[in-house]
Design a protein around this ligand. Structure first.
Ligand code: SAH
Length: 400
């Protein structure tokens, strides 16, 4: 019963952010005299209260992390149980169904869907679950049970191999916890089919977050030579080939990823248009330039170069540099698609990086389109970290 939940008391004035709608409590905000953090177990449910004892809501604790508690509900009467989880997952499902008519989307996006530390990607009848908080780990079996009850899936995979679990004191593992994985798992994004290697793939296996921007790109590539840098499985490149690009080159350092590009190209009947190059993107792009290669469209969608704020200077310089090399490979009046999935690299930072690169090599850039994370990655306005994807489309011309 919720009345039996222990309390976690905040220091004076430290309830302000929570009252404004944020859901994270930092360890230095806790009144550890009244409620010592070490008296809690990792994942334990608590009532979070203001310094005067007034309940702010219920949530769960991890005494070992900087973010030591997360609010789940403003109602101190609720508990994180099957009923709670089912309701939140169904609400998340309703939002996705508004935008997508096929069962391929991120079903749950953590804090934004009121389920801190839980990501569920839906690949038709296969569900990939990633848990990154001790509190969600406690109800892991309930989550599996709910997915089973609601969707009768063919398989559920726990993709609990992300490094951030270490911060929460959780073990790293990947396991099929229900059913059996199909030999091949195929999803549809916009009009293109992709084979998803959930097991062995990056993160949950697929990056749904760029779907809308990839669709936008498809309207710009007919008859064009396209270069997809940091391609992973060809999310941009194969979609471009499928939309009538004449030739597509995908660059990635991972052989596994490029094998996926080949599979996906074949799946869509565009294998003859696809070329893959394995290597460090910076080196490969320089080599293409030395070779005199030119492209009409270059997509630069790298992994997060800035994971923590302190990496900003180095990371933003990497964004500037890779986009500069990309611009050098463009035909006159070509298109540069510059993307970033680093929360700390804001849209304005990315814009500045591209503009600075353009000036450096005497180009003129026009930002003519902007992409964003899709509707299956909703943003929590009080939690800026939930907004992370930006995609800027530039026309690149000789300087005016
Ligand atoms: N553009 C992809 C997502 C990029 S994920 C998509 O739309 O799905 C990042 C990819 O960059 C991974 O496939 C990883 O193998 C690759 N990668 C990371 N560092 C790299 C580097 N220095 N050079 C080339 N590829 C790199």
């Amino acid at each position: 019963m919720s009345t039996q939940l222990a309390s976690l008391r905040l220091k004076k004035n430290e309830d302000r952010r929570i009252k404004q709608g944020h859901v994270w409590v930092f360890s230095n905000e806790v009144d550890i005299v009244a409620t010592p953090l070490k008296s809690f177990e990792a994942g334990q449910q608590v009532i979070i209260e203001a310094s005067n004892g007034k309940p702010l809501g219920m949530g769960f604790v991890n005494p070992n992390t900087l973010i030591c508690a997360r609010v789940l509900s403003r109602s101190p009467k609720l508990e994180l149980n099957m009923k709670f989880l089912k309701k939140r997952i169904q609400a998340a499902q309703d939002l996705r169904e508004m935008s997508f008519d096929k069962p391929f989307y991120r079903l749950v996006f953590g804090d934004s869907d009121g389920l801190p530390g839980l990501v569920i990607d839906r690949f038709g009848d296969v569900f990939a679950v990633q848990i990154t908080t001790a509190g969600m780990e406690v109800v892991k079996d309930d989550i599996v049970q709910i997915i089973d009850n609601l969707y009768h899936p063919q398989a559920i995979v726990m993709k609990n191999d992300t490094q951030s679990r270490k911060l929460e004191g959780l073990a790293l593992y990947e396991e099929v916890v229900l059913g059996e994985m199909p030999d091949e798992l195929i999803i549809e994004e916009n009009d293109t089919k992709f084979s998803i290697p959930v097991e062995g793939g990056q993160k949950t296996g697929w990056f749904y977050d760029h779907r809308m921007a990839r669709g936008r790109l498809q309207t710009m590539v007919k008859g064009k030579r396209v270069l997809d840098v940091f391609s992973y499985l060809g999310g941009w490149g194969v979609a471009a080939a499928n939309a009538g690009a004449e030739e597509v080159t995908c660059v990635d350092s991972s052989e596994f990823a490029l094998d996926g590009v080949d599979t996906n190209a074949a799946l869509n009947g565009v294998a003859e248009k696809l070329v893959t190059i394995q290597g460090n993107a910076f080196d490969v792009l320089n080599a293409l330039r030395a070779d005199g290669q030119k492209f009409d469209v270059v997509i630069v969608d790298p992994p997060a170069f800035i994971k923590r704020k302190k990496d900003f200077k180095k990371g933003s310089e990497a964004y500037r540099r890779i986009n500069e090399i990309a611009m050098r490979l463009l035909e006159k009046d070509g298109i540069l698609v510059a993307a970033s999935c680093s929360h700390h690299m804001t849209r304005d930072n990315l814009l500045t990086a591209v503009q600075s690169a353009a000036r450096h090599i005497d180009r003129n850039v026009q930002l003519f389109e902007q992409g964003h994370q899709g509707p299956d990655h909703p943003i929590h306005p009080a939690i800026p970290e939930t907004e992370y994807i930006k995609t800027l489309f530039f026309k690149v011309s000789p300087t005016w």
